[in-house]
Ligand binder design. Sequence first.
Ligand code: ADP
Length: 615
Amino acid sequence: MSAQNIEKHEFKAEIKQLLDIVIHSLYTEKEIFVRELISNASDALEKLRHLKITESEIQDDSLELEINISTDEEAGTLTIQDYGIGLTRDELVENLGTIAHSGSKQFLEALKSGGEKNADLIGQFGVGFYSAFMVAKEVKVYTQSWRKDTPSHCWTSDGVGAYEIEETETQKRGAKIVIELADDFKQYAKADTIKEIVKRYSSFVQFPIKLNDEKINTVDALWLRSKNEIKDEEYTEFYKFQANAHDEPHYRLHFSADAPLDIKALLFTPKTNTERFGYGRIDPGVALHCRKVLIDAKPEGLLPEWLRYVKGVIDSADLPLNISRETMQDNGLTQKISRVITKRYLKFLGEEAKKRPEQYAEFFKNFGVFLKEGVATDFTYRDDIAKLLYFESSVTEKGKTTSLADYVSRMKEEQKEIYYILGQNRESIESGPYLEGLKSRGLEVLFLYEPIDEYVMSNLNQFEEKTLVSADQGDLKLDDAPTPKGEALSEDDAKSLCEWLKTSIGDRVKEVKVSTRLVDSPVMALSPDAMSSQMRRMMKQMGQDSPMPVEVLFEINPRHELIKNLNTQRASNEDLAKLIAQQTFDNAMVAAGLLEDPKEMITRMYEILEQAATK
Ligand code: ADP
């Protein structure tokens, strides 16, 4: 080939950055590059298998779908070849010269958000092809695309800043990656070393892998075997392979159904929720197979969105083999499969919650947010998922939780509603004014700590025909409480104090009235309805001002010393009494999470302190 045929390209800056990290600091286990290249080869073969269904014109159509590895100790090279879809010139530039694919992109984003501190999590991102440069002096990719009448190419790079592409004589379809090993890594040119690595990382690849012409893997569909023949270690190995994980799964569910559909499924729930670490949205992780043949490794829309954290395999013999990814979503069969699997998985979680509550609590801490998403967005499974939600409550110990069903079982006969309070934490709810009215009537209250919880509750609206009600709602209907201790203001005094307070506080308050709920606190602020306070909190979370004017009901406790003293003081020193009235109102607004701007409150506080100090 003449030198004119060689094109020289610079890597994009992002690739340079990635290469730099991969080569210098990322993995202590360099050997994972073998897994990465085999997994690319397997993907390329998988894609070819799909093309065979729809395309009649395929280059070298008779080639076996297999992976060939060869080692050459003398030359110090390792070669991994597949007869997959291969790459055209443009695809070489696009796929090996820029970060166009999801894995590496997410990886870089994770690094930017400070993820490097957690090496374990980073390991969950395959950086794929570029990992070869950890051990290589030079990498060559010889390739021929599956498209007929396209030229073959050779892509070459030392992984520093540039790569070259050269047109070559026609080669076999697919990609052949030749790694010239750096001096320190010559062990990867040894057949025994490679054999061991393949066994460790790639034993579940669904294509034959040959090493120096000898087949070294058994294509095994673990999920089709019967449960009692499978060892725990085999499951774990499969999970690591399938989910690209480094640890054991938190839960494993292996089951089969014959009717109405023939389904085998092996589902894993991971230990960590990577979305919580800011690693971006998880892709669907349950692959769909038909009699061992992979139909889609990440089927969008097969399982509900909120189950995207689940990993594993579904295999149904009832699926037509030629089903394409596009038609999958409209296929009635896949919807049925989805329903069977989802129901079964939810049932499994319910059983686990009862059998092993502590393990379930750990699961819920990590993945509860997905269940909540399900309740809020998926009407089909709302009631089933709601049974799996757990919260702390006024009757649980700190750190212990209760299900809604257990709450209902403890409800008093005449109680019609399920109460909840949203707060920062247990302490702030227990010291706030909203709990006491319910507690004094012996009513249990759920403690919600995350803003999404409130959204979930209002979406759920009912559980076992009991309405879910927020305790900071103004229109709570409560039975009469046992009369609290202490002398109250007379009804006339209280009424006139309320009117005076309304005038003193001004427009910020809609109505002031005597409370039937307060026991120990002097006052509380309430929203006229649950919706408006929830909306406001959500907007605030999103960093926006609420478009609605704040409508606040202000309730006073006529037995509280502060209220009684205030009533006397407005006759003797009305100016100071007014300041105190406004301050009390602001305190209540803080407790309700409704105070927008504390500036005025602080200035006023100083005025009050000044007057108190001169006395
Ligand atoms: P990823 O596999 O995460 O997409 P890689 O860096 O490993 O990232 O590969 C980048 C892209 O290069 C792949 O998405 C694929 O399009 C292409 N590619 C890599 N290896 C092969 C191969 N053996 N055959 C065909 N295409 C390949």
